[in-house]
Write a protein that binds this ligand. Sequence first.
Ligand code: ADP
Length: 392
Amino acid sequence: MQILILNCGSSSAKFAVMDPASGVELIAGLAQRLGSPQASLDWKWQGQKHTRALPGADHQPALRAVVALLHEVGLAAGINGVGHRVLHGGARFSDPALVTPAVIAGIEACIPLGPLHNPPNLLGIRIAQELFPGLPQVAVFDTAFHATMPPCAYLYAVPMEWAEQHQARRYGFHGTSHRFVAADALTRLGLTDQPSGIITVHLGNGCSCAAVRDGRSVDTTMGLTPLEGVVMGTRSGSVDPALIGYMAKRLELPADKIIDLLNKQSGLQGLSGLSNDMRTLIEHAGQGHARARLAIEVFCYVLAKTIAGLVVPLGRLDAVVFTGGIGENSVPVRAKVVELLGFLGLSLDVNLNAGHGRTAGGRITTGSGSCALVVPTNEELMIARDTAALVA
Ligand code: ADP
């Protein structure tokens, strides 16, 4: 079986064709800068990178170009289903869903919760339905894995009507990654059918943690939107909500603009004044850049404090599992976070950490108690598997 995976954003469309059984990625690419004269289609096929200009193309012609490309390389005819990444499924979707008119209406109803992402996600579904009229389409929601959180984890302590009448509650995101990594980690630990408590730590440009008990999410750090939680590349993570009103007055800007600054000019970028990119910050910190060093220190401190808090819903700790670009690659970030969590019984193995745990099934700590693991995420493969399961 072969699955086309699509992730349509506001100005980009990521695609891949995968075999869900073997996990082999046959082709992968990105149509980007859509709607601009610089729009392009970039892809990797048989180890070679290619690019094609699509001047002025928006989503419709860009996805047509993807389909033409799939025909050119001989993959189009073998595709059995299309899996779509959808950001917000609200409280409606706790599992991947075969796309029907009712599912489309459900995704539309979640637009107020995901106003930037759900509209392009829906557009991708509609265009794919046109371009592949005979193929089943599946929506895989970023929020769905966290649908198992209990009320004490998802409720904000605000007037109850806000949740009951306005759906204002914690949903959590990165669910596809947390689910993939949690399942992989439990297999590695031999805990698949045992009671277990692990904390998955997804550190990419966006960052979030999930407390996973017996394979199910019981708490997570992102909230109503992906702004809540730990420090991220350009997002602040959690702040005192009164900061918004305070800074709106000080800067004479509307509250929306302050929230925009918390999303786009804060986090590692805001603290360092240099970059949102952890690799760049580590390089400059090594050369004595004081604010780069401080940004990394705040990032690791907030992360460790948050991970420790997530032990509460688990009542035990089998493993802290690092993933995402930073989690999979940054030796010093993992070292600092594990050091700060030493009181939980974690003890770093410097050599295993330097090798990203690859020689020890992901393990980067010593001893037989709680451990830390590095487990590469693969959201595309998870979407391909979900799609294959529903198509079958
Ligand atoms: P996205 O959330 O966009 O998928 P990624 O998961 O690719 O992002 O993560 C991007 C982050 O990973 C960036 O901050 C980048 O600097 C960081 N990163 C990638 N490789 C390394 C590395 N070798 N050392 C430190 N950070 C790294």
